[in-house]
Design a protein around this ligand. Structure first.
Ligand SMILES: [Zn+2]
Length: 261
């Protein structure tokens, strides 16, 4: 008789296990196995069950999970699954000489700090989108455009001189070569400036994220994924946010010059 055979699971009455000269079987093998399994689970002490602390404290969740790093050693901080969930630097737990030994920050505390920073940055980004907070950057671009224009004008005048017979072809060639080199250099500078400005200016996606951040009452995983690359925690309780969304973290709010994050 094969007791453990699962094919017996969908048993009809005649397949029930019968033990000779004994009570007739009253339950199917399938039900019997299920009950046994349940009894085994219930009878075991908590620590032997396949149930980690994560199941015991299902509330230990953080939208920042996986993004929080130790600013000192660079390793991921682990979120403890306790009532007062905290991020810990696990890497140097047995190295008392390292600055981040026993470094930890309460999850709720960190969430609050990050959310405050998100809101502050979202406001800056939205202000920049409305007025011309980053016009000093446009000035740089404008200056570069003027230089380019001046070089092009000079090139035209040079050609006119050649046509009018004021200069000889050799001289024209020489000066044109020099001008072309200047123009090429100026175009390179222009490209770099434009690229930098595109990077730091809030994109449409950033503006949308900023609006979402101001609307949301809590820090959601979705918002964190959209805005934040990493959160670094340092031993002196300093928190540094590395932003993902353009415009976040690199625009300076009007009237204040010392934003760190
Ligand atoms: Zn560390």
């Amino acid at each position: 008789m094969e007791v453990g055979n699962n094919n017996r699971a969908k048993n009809a009455k005649e397949d029930w296990i019968r033990i000779p000269d004994h009570h007739p079987a009253i339950i199917s093998q399938e039900l019997f196995d299920a009950v046994q399994a349940q009894l085994r689970t219930k009878g075991e002490p908590l620590r032997n069950r396949k149930m980690g602390t994560a199941e015991r404290y299902p509330s230990a969740f953080s939208p920042l999970k996986g993004k929080v790093l130790c600013g000192t050693c660079g390793h991921s901080l682990r979120l403890s699954n306790t009532k007062n969930a905290a991020f810990h630097c696990w890497f140097t737990r047995s190295a008392p000489d390292i600055a981040c030994h026993r470094l930890h920050i309460l999850n709720l505390e960190l969430e609050e700090v990050v959310q405050e920073s998100v809101i502050r940055q979202a406001k800056i980004v939205l202000n920049a989108a409305h007025d011309d907070t980053h016009s000093h950057r446009s000035k740089r671009q404008l200056e570069c455009e003027r230089s380019l224009q001046a070089l092009q004008d000079e090139k035209q005048r040079l050609y006119a001189s050649l046509v009018l017979g004021d200069i000889r072809p050799e001289e024209y060639k020489e000066r044109k070569t020099a001008l072309d080199a200047d123009l090429a250099r100026q175009r390179d500078i222009y490209d770099v400036i434009r690229e930098q400005e595109e990077k730091t200016a809030p994109s449409a996606a950033s503006i949308k994220a900023a609006l979402g951040a101001l609307e949301s009452e809590t820090l959601t995983r979705e918002l964190v994924d959209l805005l934040i690359d990493k959160v670094l925690v340092y031993p002196d309780n300093r928190v540094e946010i590395q932003w993902k969304a353009s415009g976040f973290g690199n625009l300076i709010s009007a009237g204040s010059g010392d934003w760190n994050n």
